[in-house]
Design a binder for this molecule. Structure first.
Ligand code: NAP
Ligand code: ZN
Length: 368
């Protein structure tokens, strides 16, 4: 048995995580709080953070301009704001969008570089330290080094990461997700599941990581009925956050595969949320990879409590009538963009452009 495992984030999980661990939030003398328009406020996380910073006598500035699926321009603006105010550490509050934006801002604040270069180079200087506080249970970004940024010049989303973009500390408090609307709860839960699934089947998976992925998928499975009916209890919120954190740890070691690579265009061009885009691909992904990982695919079916991949596909289409229809030009364009994502290399079955094209065509060619 051979494997490596590195998880440098100090993860604090549970209700009251911020208030009960005040000292751990203080990573410098002046904080830049990075968040979206509403999530930090309505989740209650901002109040808890401000109350800790006030009692610890730490100055702070709030950048609440992070958009969903943040762009290079958006993070650049956040970095300028942080620099103007002399912040020396970052507190990210929100879903994947603010947490990912914070990682890019943390790198841009210590490196005089063009934001587009984040995609192709590892910044020379260490990023500012980050405390991450998730308010969705989906991306697991609080425990990953990844920052997914929308790059308009490339017509897609691209992944930036560096060894210093792991958050220093993460406060995962399920209570911050109580305010999440049903739709976003569903979409983000599906994103977390796709991380666990793709990591489990990845060419880079290993025994140790499998244990994490399986545990995360089991936690997700406990929530499936609630996600279906919309009757989401506090216990469900806790399990969803647990599965999301496990998903983040899992993809830190393996990356994602073709679900994420193919899903980005459904978000960028068609406006589907990240989790929804992935969910529409899960059934076909299992089918396509069955020959490469037959035992693992069976294990996933048994964890989910389904006998067939058709049942899995139907489940992940909850709340959707049908898939969008793409024309031939779109299918060819999306195929090229998916093949340009490094994550296709980790797919359990080796993929060529023809395979991706066929998968898009079968799912979105208007015949289904
Ligand atoms: P998100 O884009 O961060 O947030 C979606 C929406 O939910 C926003 O409108 C947000 O409001 C709202 N929201 C967040 N928390 C809320 C709460 N507690 N109550 C009410 N509303 C709330 O969604 P996400 O799915 O968590 O993140 C998606 C992004 O993460 C994508 O860009 C994706 O590519 C990326 N991602 C990153 C990783 C990684 O490893 N880093 C992995 C997968 C995906 P506000 O606008 O006010 O914030
Ligand atoms: Zn994802």
């Amino acid at each position: 048995m051979e494997f490596g495992f590195h998880m440098p984030v100090d993860l604090i999980f549970g209700t009251g995580a911020v208030s009960n661990n005040a000292k751990k939030l203080v990573l410098g003398s002046k904080a830049l709080i990075v968040t979206g328009r509403n999530s930090a406020r309505i989740s209650g996380a901002l109040d808890d953070v401000v109350s800790v910073l006030t009692s610890e006598n730490i100055d702070y500035y709030v950048f609440d301009g992070v958009m969903n699926n943040p762009t290079l321009e958006n993070v650049s603006k956040g970095a300028s704001f942080g620099r103007e105010n002399g912040a020396d550490f970052i507190i990210a509050i929100g879903g994947g969008s603010p947490m990912d934006a914070a990682k890019a801002i943390a790198a841009l604040m210590t490196n005089d570089m063009n934001p587009i270069d984040l995609i192709s180079t590892v910044p020379k200087n260490q990023s500012l330290p980050i405390a991450a506080i998730p308010t969705t249970s989906g991306t697991g970004s609080e425990v990953t080094p990844y920052s997914i940024l929308t790059v308009h010049s490339m017509n897609t989303k691209k992944n930036f990461y560096s060894p210093s973009s792991f958050p220093r500390v993460a406060f995962a408090d399920p209570a911050y997700t109580y305010s999440l609307p049903y739709e976003i709860t569903l979409d983000t839960a599906f994103d977390a599941f796709s991380h666990l699934l793709e990591s489990y089947l990845s060419k880079r998976s290993n025994y140790f990581n499998d244990v994490i992925a399986i545990e995360g998928m089991k936690a997700f499975a406990e929530c499936m009925d609630a996600l279906n009916t919309g009757e989401i209890t506090e216990k469900t919120r806790e399990s969803l956050m647990y599965s999301s954190c496990l998903g983040g740890v899992a993809i830190t070691h393996t990356g994602t595969t073709i679900i994420h690579a193919m899903g980005y265009s459904l978000t960028y061009f068609k406006g589907y949320s990240h989790g929804r885009a992935n969910a529409m691909l899960i059934g076909s992904y299992l089918d396509f990879n069955r020959t490469a990982q037959p035992e693992k695919v069976e294990k996933v079916l048994s964890i989910l409590g389904f006998e067939s991949i058709d049942e899995v596909d139907k489940y992940f289409m909850v709340g959707m009538d049908k898939r969008p229809v793409l024309d031939d030009g779109e299918i060819d364009k999306f195929t090229g963009l998916a093949m340009g994502q490094g994550s296709v290399m980790q797919n359990p079955r080796t993929v060529k452009a023809d395979d991706i094209n066929k998968l898009y065509r079968e799912l979105f060619g208007g015949k289904g």
